[in-house]
Design a protein around this ligand. Structure first.
Ligand SMILES: C[S@@+](CC[C@H](N)C(=O)[O-])C[C@H]1O[C@@H](n2cnc3c(N)ncnc32)[C@H](O)[C@@H]1O
Length: 247
């Protein structure tokens, strides 16, 4: 797709959109995605599984009576993203990348009960509370969806981020989370391409980063199997995830 403010730097969210068969990405994203596919051709399947996990986690939280969702590091708000799987709920998408915010606002223009705004997931003071109120209404219980972001946050900041989210969320709120697992090291070239700021964590390390959030009974599992009631897609367990509650 083309636009007057076409990004010159690839973004992982828009690369996901390319791999998921969406139409909201740019030549720079396609070039980066194709370079990654050279070292790991299974990316489209892996990210379809991750998107399905976002769907199951969001629906689970909605089934617990939560009607307001705050999405962190949202990427592109299509292809089974949160508002498409919990119709009727209010959903505010956020991202740190200004070009994603601009793209998301264009995609969601006219879609009721949704919005897209800037937020650094590690620093909630960057979130405009006027926008939160306008899109979500007075906050009751929140479903916070932080998926595809943790691998880009170091251990200390991730622990601090989970604590800040806990302090921010009303009681009865849920946090959906994930992180790449050390299994990704089966593809050393891939890990090398991700660079030193890419953090892989075991299920135990990920659970420990949650701080006071209380894991649901499903615990931390490979995202392909988390609350999957049929036959899960057979992908290597490159990502673990789960849902936790603020009691
Ligand atoms: C791998 S994509 C995941 C997109 C989407 N959540 C998904 O799972 O399909 C990661 C997204 O997180 C954003 N991101 C990275 N660091 C962030 C931060 N500190 N705060 C907010 N967004 C961040 C990136 O711009 C990108 O859009």
């Amino acid at each position: 797709m083309t636009h007057e403010a076409e990004p010159t730097v690839p973004n992982t969210g828009r690369m996901f959109d390319y791999w998921l068969g969406g139409k909201h990405h740019y030549p720079v994203d396609i070039a980066a995605a194709k370079a990654f596919e050279v070292v790991f051709q299974d990316f489209p399947r892996v990210f379809r599984v991750l998107r399905d996990f976002i769907g199951r986690a969001s629906r689970y939280i909605h089934e617990q009576g939560v009607e307001q969702f705050l999405v962190l590091g949202s990427g592109v708000p299509t292809q089974g993203n949160v508002h498409e799987v919990v119709p009727g709920a209010r959903v505010l998408y956020t991202d740190i990348d200004p070009s994603n915010v601009e793209l998301g606002q264009r995609i969601l223009a006219g879609v009721p009960h949704t919005g897209y705004t800037h937020c650094d997931a590690t620093d909630l003071t960057t979130l405009d509370m006027q926008v939160v109120k306008r899109v979500l209404g007075p906050i009751r219980r929140l479903g916070i969806i932080m998926i595809g972001v943790e691998a880009f946050i170091d251990d200390e900041r991730l622990r601090a981020t989970c604590q800040k989210l806990y302090d921010f969320a009303p009681s009865g709120s849920y946090l959906a989370f994930d992180c790449d697992s050390p299994k990704a090291k089966d593809h050393p070239e891939l890990v090398k391409m991700m660079g030193p700021a890419f953090h892989m964590r075991t299920a135990e390390q990920l659970a420990a980063a949650l701080g006071p959030w209380r894991l649901t009974e499903d615990g931390v599992q490979p995202v392909a199997v988390w609350r999957h009631r049929g036959t899960p897609v057979d992908v290597p367990p490159y990502m673990n995830g789960g849902v936790a509650l603020k009691p």
